[in-house]
Design a protein around this ligand. Structure first.
Ligand SMILES: [Zn+2]
Length: 179
């Protein structure tokens, strides 16, 4: 399956694990910690030294970049299990809590998530704020589950700003999908 047509910049990272062994059933938005351009975000993952990557990046002006092909497993969420299933998206954000994102970034994230759902045959984006409930939730074939980095590592990512909005965010994506 192809990558998102919303991509306007591509710089592929060598830091991935090849083809996924699980079908895509999750999306994990991250805060990149800095109001960086899409070129800068993809540039962070271009070298092998960091061994980190993401599938997509959204720069501070809302432009979308491709870093790891959607069908490959990125190294983004401190969890093999999550990264095998999730399309990962690094978003330009503030430098400190709550890691706020610009309106352009937030709206590009809605567009990108709706597009990822559509192309992967998903009709609904599901947000369950409780980690334990979310991780045992049986995702239906036409559903996509939102997950967050803080569930897999001792960090705030994606920051309290986006985390507190994820209910509204899922609704906005679902209204695009006609739910
Ligand atoms: Zn993260």
């Amino acid at each position: 399956m192809a990558n998102s047509p919303l991509v306007s910049y591509t710089k592929l990272s060598p830091n991935h694990s090849g083809k996924r062994v699980c079908q895509i059933s999750r999306i994990t938005p991250h805060a990149v910690v800095g109001q960086l351009s899409v070129e800068r975000i993809c540039g962070c993952f271009a070298g092998k030294d960091r061994q980190a990557s993401c599938n997509y990046a959204i720069g501070t002006d809302g432009r979308i970049g491709l870093c790891v092909d959607e069908q490959n497993r990125s190294r983004c969420s401190s969890s093999r299990d999550n990264d095998q299933r999730a399309v990962t998206i690094e978003c330009a954000s503030g430098l400190t809590e709550p890691y706020a994102m610009k309106p352009e970034v937030y709206s590009a994230l809605i567009d990108l998530c709706a597009d990822i759902c559509r192309r992967n045959g998903k009709r609904k984006l599901v947000w369950i704020a409780d980690r334990d409930k979310a991780l045992i939730y049986e995702v239906k074939p036409d559903e996509m589950l939102l997950t967050v980095h803080r569930w897999f590592a001792r960090k705030s990512c994606p920051g309290n700003w986006l985390f507190s909005k994820l209910g509204d965010f899922a609704q906005a994506v679902n209204s695009r999908l006609g739910v």
